[in-house]
Write a protein that binds this ligand. Structure first.
Ligand code: ZN
Ligand code: ZN
Length: 343
């Protein structure tokens, strides 16, 4: 089978690999779609030769089950939660495989990933992907989509509230889609025209160009519900950009007792002043990935809401063009970039 390896300094090679086999408690998937994520791009731009298949947003069909597999059978469609844990420690008991200290492996980093025609995965990490959800939906569920859902859930976002999404890459666009499906009024902010336009396609009520001098005033104006103009600032804010300029606007943009989720990986500048947190009586949470059980909740959410991630998918490549897919994602003038390895 073919798989793509990130070799460091924006290097990439598509190579031949043996098809994986299913170890105990694991299954082999035929990968139908896999996304390129911001965290793949951190690896792509870094100097480390990963020496193995990258990718951590797999969706596909079970083709083989190992000994001890009890829930899955060949033919099942699944999306894979990308943090593999030991399954027996305190963090894994909470579903926080992301924080497992006993046997933490990320697909595409600690073990072979999904930029390939086949991949092995732990049964516990495989989340059902029922029709009518597409494999593109499954790829988005594996990481970015559920990350956006988890951020909104951690700040208790509710219908008829207002939401600002800073950064309109795949996680930000997912926050727009999920926020709208939850019934919020949503404003997005970015500095790339293509992404602002995509946010509107994904249902954002308004977008603001972060380069505008009056970006903050535009967000405050948006937050004023017609007829309820005493509201000053959005109820909820999800920061996905990691950019210092955006982070500086977080607290000014929310209303008193507003809630902020910090999702984007960014620099070390200290842009938050505790006096501002106190002054706004606000809540700020760091939101990193999501517990395994929330993936199950999110599939049900997608089905109940009739929500699909297809509107944010802008590019699809076969496995032979996996390196081009990485280049397109790296340039940033795109929504979600998918690899469909059997295309
Ligand atoms: Zn990811
Ligand atoms: Zn564990």
């Amino acid at each position: 089978m073919k798989g793509a390896v990130m070799t460091g300094d924006r290097g990439c090679e598509v190579r031949e690999f043996p098809r994986p086999e299913a170890d105990r408690g694991e299954v082999v998937l035929r990968i139908e779609a896999t996304g390129i994520c911001g965290s793949d791009l951190h690896v792509y731009r870094g100097d480390r030769d990963m020496k193995q298949i990258g990718g951590h947003e797999p969706a596909g069909v079970v083709v083989e089950v190992g000994a001890g597999v009890r829930r899955l059978k060949p033919g099942d469609r699944v999306s894979v939660h990308h943090h593999h844990g030991c399954g027996v420690c305190e963090q894994c008991a909470r579903g926080e495989t992301v924080a497992c200290r006993v046997d933490h492996q990320v697909y595409g980093v600690g073990r072979p990933g999904s930029f390939a025609q086949y991949m092995s995965a732990g049964e516990a990490n495989c989340i059902p992907l029922p029709e009518p959800l597409s494999f593109a939906d499954g790829a988005c569920m594996a990481c970015v989509g559920t990350t956006a859902y988890a951020a909104l859930r951690r700040i208790d976002a509710r219908a008829q509230e207002t939401l600002a999404v800073f950064g309109l890459g795949p996680v930000g666009l997912s926050a727009v889609l999920v926020g709208k499906a939850m019934g919020l009024r949503v404003i997005g902010m970015d500095v790339i025209d293509e992404r602002m336009n995509l946010a509107l396609v994904c249902g954002a009520d308004e977008v603001v160009d972060g380069r505008d001098e009056d970006a903050l005033e535009q967000i405050i104006a948006f937050s004023r519900t017609p007829g309820a103009d005493w509201v000053e600032g959005v109820d909820c804010l999800v920061e996905t950009s990691g950019a210092t300029a955006a982070r500086e606007l977080m607290i000014p943009a929310i209303r008193r007792q507003g809630r902020i989720a910090i999702v984007g990986v960014g620099g070390e500048e200290a842009v938050i002043n505790p006096s501002q947190i106190h002054g706004k009586a606000c809540t700020i949470v760091g939101s990193v990935v999501f517990p395994l059980g929330w993936s199950w909740d999110f599939v049900r959410f997608l089905l109940e809401a009739g929500l699909s991630f297809e509107p944010m998918v802008t590019h699809r490549f076969g496995i032979d063009d996996a390196c081009q897919a990485l280049r397109v994602a790296d340039e940033g003038r795109c929504g979600k970039v998918l690899i469909e390895p059997h295309r």
